[in-house]
Design a protein around this ligand. Structure first.
Ligand code: HEM
Length: 124
């Protein structure tokens, strides 16, 4: 298999694992209102995210996709996804569940938009 395609499949699989981890942590911290104690659940998604971003950066380096277009727009939603992830759990830690849930939902929507842009590559 072409190595670029292999990178793309691995990146897509890690994107799915990333959002599953985000969903699970959100369910525990914001829906069940419990602290994130288990180190696998607390740290695992961060490890996945780092590998997933590194693979994305490697593909960007190879593909030289311009930032002016769907890819740049995807990067904005990627930043919203990771930003909301950090902020949602920071709010949960402070016991502020309401803003935490809003940020969590914003993060999930941003992930879906980023995935849609990556898959449909609209001509902007
Ligand atoms: C919310 C986060 C992200 C999601 C949901 C996501 C999703 C995806 C998906 C589903 C694909 C495969 C598209 C296809 O099959 O044609 C893809 C490709 C790609 N992603 Fe991501 N990605 C994310 C973050 C990133 C990051 C952080 C980078 C790094 C700059 C990145 C760079 C790329 C590149 C360069 C491609 C290949 C595009 C192509 O050649 O068609 N992605 N992404």
């Amino acid at each position: 298999m072409d190595s670029y395609i292999a990178l793309k499949h691995t990146h897509t699989l890690l994107a799915l694992l990333s959002v599953l981890g985000f969903g699970l942590r959100g369910h525990i911290a914001l829906v069940m209102n419990r602290p994130l104690i288990n180190p696998v659940i607390r740290l695992g998604p961060h490890v996945i995210n780092v590998i997933f971003i590194v693979l994305g950066l490697a593909m960007w380096h190879i593909s030289k996709l311009p930032l002016l277009g769907w890819f740049g727009l995807k990067m904005i939603f990627v930043l919203i996804y990771f930003g909301s992830d950090g902020m949602a759990f920071a709010q949960a830690k402070k016991g502020r569940r309401g803003p935490g849930v809003v940020l969590y939902v914003v993060g999930l929507i941003a992930f879906l938009v980023a995935a849609w842009l990556a898959l449909s590559k609209p001509g902007l």
